[in-house]
Design a protein around this ligand. Sequence first.
Ligand SMILES: [Zn+2]
Length: 300
Amino acid sequence: MRKIIWFLFALTFLSHSAFAAEKIRVVTTTTTLESLVREIAGEKVSVHHVASPIRDIHQIQPNPKDLMMLKKARVFVHGGLDLEAWRDAMLVAAGNPAFLKKDEGAIDASVGVPLLEIPTTYSRTEGDIHAFGNPHYAIDPVNAKIMAGNIADGFSRIFPESEKYFRQNLEQFNRKMDEKMKHWQAAMALCKGASVVTYHKSWPYFTERFGLESVGELEPKPGIPPTAKHLAGLERMMKERNVKIIIIEPFNETSTPKKVSKDTGARLLNLTQNVNGKKEAGDYFSMIDYDINQIVQALQ
Ligand SMILES: [Zn+2]
């Protein structure tokens, strides 16, 4: 009899601890969103991201593993707008209808983010892949706080029993962000007003936040490859305005930027907006540290 009781006790204990160890399966589109989910839901989640941090977010092709992870996932976190134009097709292919409906299980990180460059008319006729406003908002740390807030709200809605845990993590994240922000602002104050050129129009939130002036892109329009005519005008303007840096990202081709750099004397900086896009950028904070250090060093 005693053996049976012990057996039942052990069984209950084992099944209980197995349940406790069960993680919430989460899929995010980007590694930056993954990093924010880890800040808010840390030990309760296992996270799979779809887009490699060294690939262009506009050009991702989800693979069978992504679809399988989506099918099994309880939560899907995405960037909204048309950051991931491939998003809805991927959700349909994964066959998890809960995420296609805007409510159950899906978290849109862009809610409440003050957007830049919202077009006055909806049109893709000019090749514009930023049809709902500029979707590269995550690189502004102030927006990252809004995104983290959306993630905490979403997880609290889906798992109300753990709301306190998510809210505490959010508070801690925001405190750390405020602290880091003072250092970033102080470092960037040395570069205030410096003119920069970027490959893609993916830096306006960052340049606006930190007092740089973005005066042009190598792409004539978002998603349209550089042309000789456009580059000639850009280089002329870069010399006039004494542009010292050209910001590219790990997935950009480098032959055009190298040529523009050679012609104008502006220095090429390969920065990232994706956590793990550089080996030094292991989480959101170290990503901003990395980008700011590179800029400050180049402009001093
Ligand atoms: Zn873009």
